[in-house]
Design a protein around this ligand. Structure first.
Ligand SMILES: Cc1cc2nc3c(=O)[nH]c(=O)nc-3n(C[C@H](O)[C@H](O)[C@H](O)COP(=O)(O)OP(=O)(O)OC[C@H]3O[C@@H](n4cnc5c(N)ncnc54)[C@H](O)[C@@H]3O)c2cc1C
Length: 425
């Protein structure tokens, strides 16, 4: 059984681990020189309903990556506007930890390996190809997983955003995102934002050293720094740009909200540098990601694959998807949960076993099923879905799915007959 995964973000890493635990040979292709994709500059975990989803996946035997983010947290159980019991992982240390775990489990990782082509045999993928550095590669597989995400490439950031602002994805250096599903002939979906398309990433990072010592000391100690903005510096309308609708609250427009993820994570899509430097404590502010964070941010949610509740891509017999590719699901937790199911079901597909569909009695199952239906409507495609806020967290609360009681969550998983289902051999 050979599983080939394109895209080494959180969803691709989770899919690789899950497939490997089911005994498959797994090759993970990543076009840049590091795993984790947008997760290289993320860090927020366990906020609001993400806590529940994390504990559900752990109860199902898929918790290894969450064990790593917990272990690598700079701050635990913190609060910031609209968000409770969050953990913040250290972005500087996360990627090597994940890579080490995957290698130890026997996943073959090819970095700087950009998939650019697909060979089809009727409605199945026979092989993918591309270049690793200057060397061409061609990989046959029994089943494939598209975890290439939805960010960029620069043409989309130019067309739907404020241009390439030089984000962590480093498209100019490594070549832009290429979608496996699209190459296999699948007609993809694009999120809408009013009259335009896609959504802008919702945070940028400042170099910690560029912040005044007193402000930095508070940030380092508590994990959070909230500084009220004078009325003249409030940029109205920025919230509507955001893909992270869980942070589209007035508090994020009226204040500077910084979180300590190793970087000083500034919870706004962009903030003009000159205006930022007029605020006490930020006189020397400098962006770390994106480098042009004063101008804009990356555009995401272009190119999502239509798929069923088992995460199989419609129209291709041996293709699964996860993370942002599987719909407007925002977040690392969401990527790890969907990645784990996609990896697991990819192996069942090879074994000709019925795919696992998680029930809606679990927050993870409900999210996967709900988003699959929502994207069929224009309104649904204009929203983003996350366990941590906005529409889906409201739904979790209304359906009684939100909980921070691990025992209760384990019972729920047990009642669904899914305890340890992803544990593997
Ligand atoms: C600036 C920013 C901050 C964020 N902060 C947080 C946060 O704090 N907490 C949180 O939960 N979420 C956060 N998010 C959202 C979160 O990072 C994503 O929703 C989630 O991690 C997406 O994972 P993914 O695997 O689907 O996609 P991605 O992270 O986009 O990964 C896709 C990977 O595929 C690779 N790839 C693309 N095409 C190819 C190809 N053809 N061949 C090989 N490889 C390819 C890319 O290089 C990339 O590594 C943030 C996002 C951004 C942009």
């Amino acid at each position: 059984m050979k599983v080939v995964i394109a895209g080494g973000g959180w969803s691709g890493c989770a899919a690789a681990l899950a497939a490997r635990k089911q005994g498959a040979q797994v090759v993970l292709l990543e076009r840049t020189d590091m795993l984790l994709g947008t997760g290289l500059v993320g860090g927020i975990m366990r906020n609001n309903g993400r806590y529940t989803a994390t504990e559900e996946l752990r109860a199902m035997g898929g918790g290894e990556l969450f064990d790593l983010t917990d272990e690598n947290s700079l701050h635990r159980d913190i609060e910031f506007p609209g968000h409770r019991h969050a953990s913040l992982y250290n972005v500087a240390k996360m990627e090597p930890m994940v890579k080490k775990l995957l290698l130890a489990k026997g996943v073959e990782i090819l970095c700087q390996a950009r998939m650019t082509d697909v060979e089809m045999k009727e409605n199945r993928i026979a092989a993918v190809s591309g270049k690793q550095g200057d060397e061409p590669f061609r990989l046959e597989g029994d089943v494939f997983i598209d975890t290439t995400g939805t960010a960029g490439p620069p043409a989309n950031c130019n067309k739907y955003g404020n241009g390439c602002v030089m984000c962590i994805l480093r498209c100019h250096a490594f070549g832009g995102r290429v979608s496996l599903a699209a190459k296999a002939g699948v007609k993809e979906m694009t999120a809408r934002r009013g009259d335009t398309f896609g959504a802008m990433s919702g945070s940028c990072k400042l170099l910690k050293e560029s912040i005044a010592p007193e402000a930095l000391a508070t940030l380092n100690k508590t994990g959070v720094l909230v500084v009220a903005l004078p009325e003249s510096k409030v940029l109205k309308g920025k919230l509507a740009l955001k893909c992270c609708q869980q942070y589209a609250l007035p508090e994020f427009e009226q204040n500077i909200v910084l979180l300590d993820t190793g970087h000083a994570k500034l919870m706004t899509p962009f903030f003009p540098l000159d205006a930022l430097r007029e605020i006490p404590g930020f006189e020397n502010a400098r962006y770390e990601d994106p480098y042009a964070g004063g101008l804009g941010n990356s555009i995401r949610y272009i190119g999502m694959a239509p798929r069923d509740e088992s995460l199989k891509v419609e129209g291709v017999e041996n293709l699964f998807c996860a993370g942002e590719k599987a719909g407007p699901l925002v977040g690392h937790t969401e990527a790890v949960c969907t990645g784990t199911l996609a990896g697991y079901n990819a192996v069942r597909n090879v074994k000709r076993e019925k795919p696992l569909v998680l029930p809606d009695s679990l927050a993870i199952g409900d999210a996967i099923g709900y988003v699959q239906k929502q994207v069929r409507t224009d309104e649904g495609l204009s929203l983003k879905y996350t366990f941590s806020g906005s529409v889906f967290f409201e739904r979790m609360k209304a359906r009684g799915l939100y909980s921070t009681e691990t025992g209760k969550i384990q019972d729920r998983v047990g009642k669904a007959g899914l305890t340890g289902v992803f544990t593997g051999k």
